[in-house]
Structures are given as C-alpha cells and as structure tokens.
Design a protein around this ligand. Structure first.
Ligand code: PYC
Length: 322
C-alpha cells in the first residue's frame, strides 16, 4: 500500500523557461534537524513521494520539485529541498528564483531579503518592490582546471578539456566541444554531454567528496552568444538527462567562479549567460578572500496552481520510474 497522501497542492512556475513545482502541503514529516538531515530522510524514506510529484504522468523529466521544510534558524524564511526525475539536487538556482516568485505570489514574502536554507548552505533571495528577483548563492569555486577527458560517440573517439567547479552542484564546464549550441541540435548536445558525463565517471574525475558527495552530475557546454546582450551561451545537461531550459543558476555560479579564478571577471562586473533557449541570467561575483559569492538574477512566472491526486488504485501513483 502506498504511503502517499490522497492529494498534494502544488504551484508551478518557470524561471527563464525551466520549470519548478513547489509543494504546498501533503509532504512527509522529515523529523526536523538541519535541512541536510531532512534531505537525507527524504532521500532514504520517501523516494516514492519524489517520483510521484515530478515524474510522469503528473510531471515530466525537466521538472524540478521544491519541498519547503522547516529551517534550522528562526531567522530564515524556510528550508528547501530540490528534487528531480532521478533524485535530489544539492541546490538549484532557477528553482530558488521560482520558489521566490511562488512565495511572493502567495503573499508569504514581501520585498526585501529572505534567507533560504538548503542542504549545502544558505542562499538569500532579494525580492525587489518591482518583483525582480536575485539570489545570493552559496560560495562557488573551481576545483580543477583543464581536465582532459576522452569519450566515444557514434564510433568516434574525441577528447575535450573542462573545469570541475562547484556552484551548489558539481559541474564539468567545456569550451572545446566543437558542437553547435542550437535548439535544433538538442539530441546531439544531449548525447555528447551524456557521453562526457559517463567518461568522467569511468575516469574517476570528481569534485570534493565533502560537498554533495563530489559526483559531477551536470555537464555544461559553452559557446558564443546569439543575443547581443549576453556574454556566452550554454547548454546544460542535468542529472536525469533533461537539459536545463534556463542558463542554470548553480551552473552560472560555477562559471563565474572559473572566470574569477582566471582573472576574466572582476568583482562586481556583470556576466550575462544565455541559455540554449535564448533566455538569460545576469550574474555578478563578490570576492571575499578565496570565496567567490555569486549573485544571479532572472525572471520567473507562476504558471499553475493545482492539486495532484493519488488514487490508491492507480498503478502509476508513484510516477513512472526508470
Ligand atoms: O538552476 O541551478 C539550477 C538548476 C540545476 C538543475 C536545474 N536547474
């Protein structure tokens, strides 16, 4: 018998094209503690809730879920655990902007600064009186530069180089991929990025294990922008093989950390990251000693308020899991 509730109210939004579903009620009790501890309980005991909310037939592969949980500090607005079609995310930039738009839509936050606790540290939301949203993300850094990796695709062996960087998730950032970053090329970009990810795993390339386990589960390809008001365009492959419709908040944070490390972005200067859809985030970095503190701004729109129903007789009430 499923432990799912009969119904769960959610609010859907998209941030620069990338969807977020915030769970309003019906979530399991995760026992309190830090958000990291609550995330561990969610991962170990409530995976059916995760897949029921974001996987087909109620969701889809690109959807990121957000569970609002009690924060450890009374000064924080809330805690949040992000999840997707295959598991939990350490953090999520577009999802935090979507959460901010949702909480503002509900009247739960007003203009000002609001701290949100995630499993990997605090993130602050800056909600403008005009509805603009920026987030001050977790400290981001480059872990390794110019790592060579060989992958095989369609019978061809290729070599690329990339930086391993943390922006709240682990990324492999590649410039020399030789691919056209165009929406019409999605299947090829997905296959290339997935082959790179598999090759990283085989070669044992990883981030620092004390942060989110160290697994590089996001691959980011960079190229020239198409928009005149952007500095770069990207394609980001997420852990469950869906591509990020937005420029990826944690991925843009990782990029900014690498640019600062290379002396290519001055503290406070803007980095305008275009997504594969042509949407954009504007990023800035504060530098505090060895720490790069990225601020990411973008726009989110609420798209639906709905109630998910879980009929005990429904064979797919827990979602369709691979
Ligand atoms: O915006 O950080 C992000 C993100 C991670 C996965 C999908 N979006």
């Amino acid at each position: 018998m499923s432990a799912l509730p009969h119904s769960v109210r959610v609010i859907d939004s998209h941030t620069e094209g990338e969807p977020t579903r915030v769970v309003l009620d019906g979530a399991p009790d995760l026992g309190g503690g830090t958000v990291a501890e609550q995330a561990r309980v969610f991962r170990e005991r409530f995976d059916a809730f995760r897949s029921a909310v974001v996987c087909e037939p109620r969701g889809h592969d690109a959807l990121v879920g957000a569970l609002v949980v009690p924060p450890k500090s009374a000064r924080s607005a809330c805690g949040v655990i992000f999840f997707n079609n295959v598991g939990l995310l350490n953090a999520c930039g577009h999802g935090t902007i979507g959460l901010a738009a949702t909480l503002a839509h509900l009247g739960r936050i007003g203009a000002g600064r609001h701290v949100v606790e995630t499993p990997v540290g605090d993130v602050a939301i800056e909600l403008g009186a005009d509805g603009s949203i920026a987030i001050d993300n977790v400290a981001s850094f480059r872990h390794a530069k110019g790592v060579a990796v060989e992958y095989e695709l369609d019978g061809q062996r290729r070599r690329v180089h990339g930086d391993v960087a943390w922006g709240g998730n682990w990324f492999f950032l590649v410039d020399d991929h030789g691919e056209e970053l165009a929406l019409a090329n999605l299947e090829r970009l997905t296959n290339v990025s997935w082959a790179i990810r598999r090759a990283l795993e085989r070669a044992g390339v990883a981030g620092a294990t004390d942060l989110g386990g160290g697994v590089i589960d996001h691959v980011e390809l960079f190229g020239a922008p198409q928009r005149a008001d952007c500095d770069s365009r990207n394609f980001v492959l997420c852990p469950g093989k869906a591509y990020d419709r937005s420029p990826c908040g944690t991925g843009t944070s990782a990029k900014v950390a690498c640019l600062v490390a290379d002396g290519k972005l001055a503290p406070g200067a803007e980095w305008r990251q275009e997504s594969i859809l042509g949407s954009r985030f504007v990023a800035r970095a504060k530098v505090d000693g060895a720490r790069v503190l990225p601020t990411i701004s973008g726009t989110a729109f609420v798209t639906a308020e709905s109630t998910l129903l879980f009929d005990p007789r429904d064979p797919f009430r827990e979602g369709i899991r691979a």
